[in-house]
Design a protein around this ligand. Structure first.
Ligand SMILES: CCCCCCCCCCCCC/C=C/[C@@H](O)[C@H](COP(=O)(O)O)NC(=O)CCCCC
Ligand SMILES: Nc1ncnc2c1ncn2[C@@H]1O[C@H](COP(=O)(O)OP(=O)(O)O)[C@@H](O)[C@H]1O
Ligand SMILES: [Ca+2]
Length: 573
């Protein structure tokens, strides 16, 4: 749509322009008079004016790739009739798009996520924009962990076009479990069967970032910004996302999108839970503490490699909005559907996830590792702008398995540090990365923590043992989500013993005498109660109100350390 005429462009930078083009798909709303929305709604009545709100790309700069703001254009007409005509036409154009935009949302706010600003963020930044766009929202401020997940699993959802969380990755995970669980229940499928082809979910998920890591938001939008995310929801963007299921024996343990991590990331999470009062800083503090403890763990990893002809974790590409690798995967995952449209998503009966899943041989790797990580996407976040695996794809049906073998403290620091800059963290002799469809992990025989080891020394070696017992007494409760979730799903069989072993091991530190022989799994910020797990990637299982990171020179992966990229990458602008 092109609008021409006598009007005032309020954006100072564009004051001299005579014409502004705004795609209807990026219109947010139209109001009569001179109207401002943010930071506060202000209306100045005028018979000749109307104000158009649309998506405006933010300023370019480090960390702001993908930042959107609300563009505001004031139109001045020669008569009230002409003004009313324009307003009517623009509102009709918006109505025409209503099929592809949400009309009614179910919003869950975690008042305790991140810096505890969820409610304020929703009230001041999100709600006014939804109102402007004519979207109604049913808002639930949560009072306990798992409330959002349970609501989605059990309550009536008819009439909602999407569910939205205001919080962090843990809150997103609640929605993810609710939406996937509900969809499988309705389809009569068992989530506990690790070979089941799961039904893709129709209900879109929106994320308003208000947590500590905000990895899922950052990796699917490009920034961690509540206004940008709200605008993606309003215009009905749709981004498919791979999901990894984690099973122990024949029981579903959890789903993950960003990180299933053993060793360093598991230990950081376990340590960080004791310092929740620090807010997002708990991860930095715990990261330092765990790094200083210098641990590595034995493990046997088996994985099913993905077909290397489609992509590789070291091909130096980035998964950007409209990614070719992901689109071609859609064609493979939904062979009978029109891959260019949303039909593939809504016609879920056409889903044929696993035509090639049984093909190929498992590869086995054994050794001592600093960390073992599996991620379905890049897992970029403000701490690591290119992420755990910069070339991973959001929706290609694969995950990247990163194996960091035991190395010197300096070597591991080098590896970690490369997450914060543009150097290749895989270009180190003790690191390997594989694009995979499934992963199995076990502890080599004889390396499991035995009861003997647990009790070992108690009462035999004096002081050191007392210190260890004190560590245990000081241990805080774990987050309740996994416990409740697992208990409710009947997973508690044998869990007590397993968890006891790990919790004993976790708090080895200055006051403890013996390093633990097993770590714990960090699954999108939740500690798993099992060590031996099977992970499987389910291509495009859910959809987010997002579009991936928008193309632009500065969003490309930079391996030039600032020289080759000439300042065009996300880190060097
Ligand atoms: C010398 C500098 C070292 C810096 C290392 C940076 C590595 C960062 C990789 C981050 C990957 C993040 C994957 C996402 C995990 C989240 O799901 C999880 C829970 O988040 P939230 O619900 O918001 O609390 N976050 C973490 O597990 C934090 C990992 C931090 C590790 C330092
Ligand atoms: N009202 C609540 N009280 C306590 N915990 C909650 C509440 N609402 C959600 N949670 C839980 O808090 C955990 C952390 O939330 P999240 O929003 O991800 O913040 P953060 O990123 O700071 O960890 C999630 O696992 C979620 O299940
Ligand atoms: Ca993927």
């Amino acid at each position: 749509m092109q609008i021409q005429g006598s009007w005032t462009q309020l954006d100072k930078q564009n004051r001299d322009k005579k014409t502004v083009s705004v795609p209807v798909s990026e219109l947010i709303g139209v109001e009569e008079g001179r109207v401002e929305i943010l930071p506060q709604k202000k209306v100045e009545e005028s018979e000749q004016h109307f104000t158009v709100f649309s998506v405006k790309r933010g300023p370019r700069g480090a960390g702001s790739a993908g930042l959107w703001a609300v563009g505001r254009t004031l139109f001045s007409c020669s008569s009230r009739d002409l003004r009313d005509h324009w307003v009517t036409q623009l509102r009709a154009a918006l109505r025409d798009r209503s099929a592809s935009r949400p009309q009614r949302l179910l919003v869950f706010i975690n008042p305790f996520g991140g810096k505890k600003r969820g409610v304020q963020i929703y009230r001041t930044l999100v709600s006014p924009l939804l109102e402007l766009a004519g979207i109604s929202a049913h808002v639930v401020v949560t009072e306990r962990a798992n409330q959002a997940r349970d609501h989605i699993l059990k309550k009536e959802l008819t009439g909602f076009d999407g569910v939205v969380c205001v919080g962090g990755d843990g809150m997103f995970s609640e929605l993810l479990h609710g939406v996937i669980g509900r969809t499988q229940q309705e389809a009569g499928l068992s989530e506990h069967d690790p070979t089941e082809t799961l039904q893709p979910c129709n209900l879109h998920i929106g994320i308003i970032p208000a947590g500590s890591t905000n990895c899922v938001c950052f990796a699917t939008v490009g920034v961690s910004d509540p206004v940008t995310s709200t605008l993606h929801i309003i215009i009905g963007d749709s981004q498919p996302l791979d999901v990894c299921s984690v099973h122990h024996l024949n029981t579903l343990v959890r789903y993950s999108v960003s990180l299933v991590g053993y060793g360093f990331y598991g230990d950081v999470l376990a340590e960080s839970e004791r310092h929740r009062w620090m807010g997002p800083l708990r991860y930095d503090y715990s990261g330092c503490m765990v790094y200083l403890s210098n641990r590595s763990y034995s493990g046997v990893i088996q994985f099913l490699p993905a077909d290397p002809k489609f992509s590789s974790p070291r091909d130096n590409t980035r998964c950007l909005s409209g990614c070719r690798v992901c689109s071609e995967s859609t064609e493979r995952l939904f062979p009978q559907s029109d891959a260019s449209s949303n039909a593939s998503f809504y016609s879920t009966s056409q889903y044929s996830q696993d035509s090639s899943q049984s093909d190929g041989d498992w590869v086995s790797v054994e050794g001592r590792f600093r960390c073992v990580s599996l991620t379905c996407m890049s897992s970029s976040c403000p701490r690591s702008p290119l992420g755990l695996s910069p070339a991973a794809h959001l929706a290609d049906g694969t995950g990247d398995l990163i194996l960091v073998r035991d190395t010197s403290a300096m070597g591991f620091l080098k590896y970690l540090h490369r997450h914060t800059n543009t150097q290749d963290q895989f270009d180190l002799p003790f690191v390997e990365v594989h694009r995979v469809r499934a992963v199995r992990f076990s502890v080599p025989p004889g390396e499991e923590e035995s009861d003997e080891e647990e009790d070992g020394g108690k009462g035999t070696e004096g002081g050191g043992d007392r210190a260890e017992q004190e560590c245990e007494r000081d241990r805080p409760e774990r987050k309740s989500i996994s416990q409740q979730h697992l208990a409710e799903r009947g997973v508690e069989r044998g869990m007590g013993d397993d968890r006891k072993k790990k919790e004993r091991g976790l708090f080895f530190g200055p006051c403890c005498s013996r390093a633990p022989s097993v770590s714990v799994w960090n699954c999108d910020g939740e500690i798993l109660p099992h060590t031996e797990i099977l992970c499987r990637v389910h291509g495009q299982l859910v959809r987010l109100f997002a579009r991936g990171i928008e193309d632009g020179a500065r969003t490309r992966s930079c391996r030039g350390g600032g020289r080759k990229c000439k300042g065009r990458c996300v880190l060097h602008t």
